[in-house]
Design a binder for this molecule. Sequence first.
Ligand SMILES: Nc1ncnc2c1ncn2[C@@H]1O[C@H](COP(=O)(O)OP(=O)(O)OP(=O)(O)O)[C@@H](O)[C@H]1O
Ligand SMILES: [Mg+2]
Length: 284
Amino acid sequence: MLLACRELNMSFDAVPVLTGGYFHLEEKEKAAVVGINGAGKSTLLNLISGTLTPDSGSVTLKGGATFGYLTQHQGLDSAASVYDELASARAGIFAMEQELRVLELRMASAGSDALPRLMEDYSLLSHRFEEAGGYAVRSEISGVLKGLGFGEADFSKPCRVLSGGEKTRVALGKLLLTGPDLILLDEPTNHLDIKYQLEVLDIVKASGCTALCALHDLNLAAQYCDRLYVLNQGVIVREGTPEEVITESMIKDIYGVDATVDHHPSGQLNVVYHPAHLAKRTLP
Ligand SMILES: Nc1ncnc2c1ncn2[C@@H]1O[C@H](COP(=O)(O)OP(=O)(O)OP(=O)(O)O)[C@@H](O)[C@H]1O
Ligand SMILES: [Mg+2]
């Protein structure tokens, strides 16, 4: 198990927003939390990430595990270029590279008494640099950017001029480069066109990370996630596989919407909404 949340309680101004329950993620699992606006999805992710401290209850991440968080409102407005923004996720490697260049200059002008020590330092640092993937770092960054649909002409664009969807893709690329064990994604498909909604979730699914996404699109949740949690008024009211959770009665109970849930010939779960027949919302 990678993450366990026990009896999390959180109120804002004495209004309960999350109330209790147990929730856990297995390693490599891709899970989604779904529910109406205001159900408490972002609050749950903020509690897991430590952005918020619960009134009571605990969040336990497996020892030594790391996480990255793509928040709902990232506000990526830096003047840094797209490439430099991603490179900042590898700042340690670029600092090592800089240190190697300095050592090279010092070795070039060193006397015979200082040279052996400098060569030893250089050898140790080059080894660490290689182990950390230093020689491949530029192609790794370019590969991630290209995988997220950026051409080389985009690499020098300042982040602040990017469209909403482009900013989301840069933020996700940066997060993936840090290689966390757990990624928390709050509506990662916001602003993305259909192609990138699919590509971004493909990348997350193919990654070795455990992922927890807040999502609104039930078809995407079914397609990309192993397990779903339905949050309603701060309580996990349903959980299970997409097949178990995404039912016509759940959609009617939670969202107050009539829908047909069936399967595409490919086997994929398929939700079709019937907005002309909005049902009266009946909470469980
Ligand atoms: N800092 C805060 N102060 C007061 N109330 C808050 C705060 N943060 C969240 N809330 C309230 O808590 C409830 C849950 O908010 P949250 O952002 O977790 O919902 P959500 O499920 O992520 O919704 P959405 O689908 O709109 O993103 C909402 O009613 C919201 O107004
Ligand atoms: Mg939210």
